[in-house]
Design a protein around this ligand. Structure first.
Ligand code: CP
Ligand code: NVA
Length: 310
């Protein structure tokens, strides 16, 4: 049984298999062909949300349907999970009826608890710690724009302790990227994740670097990425988070420090005038709409791959 709970659940070779399949499914869909039908029947996939979502909800729903299946989308507020039914009991009910479970929740330990008892693949659709499905789409987008992954420099400016920073570290290292995190003091990534990413990077020829100098991080980047400064669940910290992040805004000045062909990524939703300027996110180097679309192709590939292995 294979699950996808964090970016390093795929080996470097497996990551490339999934990305190659994502490219193939994207090209076939553009030609009006849908050859991957692992959910034909239809078999259902449960897609559970303990937090808000637009892109993840849409891309999994559409993707599961395009794979021949039925997306069963449940919100915490409308299921017994939201009223205290245990994760384990919920999983044991679901896994007799669905082919896979996709879950957006808070703590990583919650999705780990689900995977520990599930007899079907479990996919992390964002936790406080990781957002691995987003990184599949990001890497697909970078490879489309640059024609390769290994050896490129990806710089992320913003909250170094959030799910996107952790996933950039792990998935970037997995892909052989040189990952740089530029973040304010007090917002460093989990040291265990940095160590794990460094170990993966040593295998793939990539590297990881974490620092507090935004300009140094942006210098010579092939990919410049950012994310909201206030993740879901951190709304009460909005005031204390405002000032420290200002030097890490992705604006024209930072983009000018990157390489001329640098691509700008943002997982969205974006807050123009906060972590990124309108000039940059709406400018010619932004790839954010391809990045959002690639959630569909990358997750179809991931589900197909996981179902094949299970
Ligand atoms: N990027 C992303 O996961 O978006 P949603 O929160 O809208 O799903
Ligand atoms: N870091 C953000 C990502 C949203 C897709 C959050 O967790 O809210």
């Amino acid at each position: 049984m294979r699950h996808f709970l964090r970016d390093d659940d795929l080996s470097p070779d497996e990551l490339l298999e999934v990305l190659d399949l994502a490219d193939r499914l994207k090209a076939e869909r553009a030609a009006g062909r849908f050859t991957a039908r692992p959910l034909e029947g239809p078999r259902a996939v449960a897609v559970l949300f303990d937090k808000s979502s637009t892109r993840t909800r849409v891309s999994f729903s559409v993707g599961i349907a395009e794979l021949g299946g039925y997306p069963l989308v449940l919100d915490a507020g409308s299921s017994q999970l939201g009223r205290g039914e245990s994760i384990e009991d919920t999983t044991r009910v679901l896994d007799r009826q669905v082919a896979a479970i996709v879950w957006r929740t808070a703590g990583q330990e919650r999705i780990a608890a689900m995977a520990a008892v599930s007899r079907v693949p479990v996919v992390n659709a964002l936790t406080d710690e990781f957002h691995p499905c987003q990184l599949l789409a990001d890497l697909q987008t970078v490879r489309e724009r640059h024609g390769k992954l290994a050896g490129l420099t990806l710089s992320y400016l913003g909250d170094g302790a959030n799910n996107m920073a952790h996933s950039y570290l792990l998935a970037g290292a997995n892909a052989g990227l040189h990952v740089r995190i530029g973040t304010p003091e007090g917002y460093l990534p989990d040291p265990g994740v940095v160590a794990r990413a460094a170990a993966r990077a040593a295998e793939t020829g990539g590297s990881v670097a974490v620092g507090h100098d935004a300009a140094a991080a942006a210098e010579g980047a092939d990919v410049l990425a950012t994310d909201t400064w206030i993740s879901m669940g951190q709304e009460a910290e909005a005031t204390e988070r405002a000032a420290p992040f200002v030097p890490f805004v992705v604006d024209g000045t930072q983009l000018a420090r990157a390489n001329p062909g640098a691509v700008v990524l943002h997982c969205l939703p974006a807050y123009r005038g906060k972590e990124i300027t309108a000039e940059v996110i709406d400018g010619p180097q932004s790839a954010v709409w391809d990045e959002a679309e690639n959630r569909l192709h990358a997750q179809k590939a991931l589900l197909t791959w996981l179902l094949e292995k299970s």
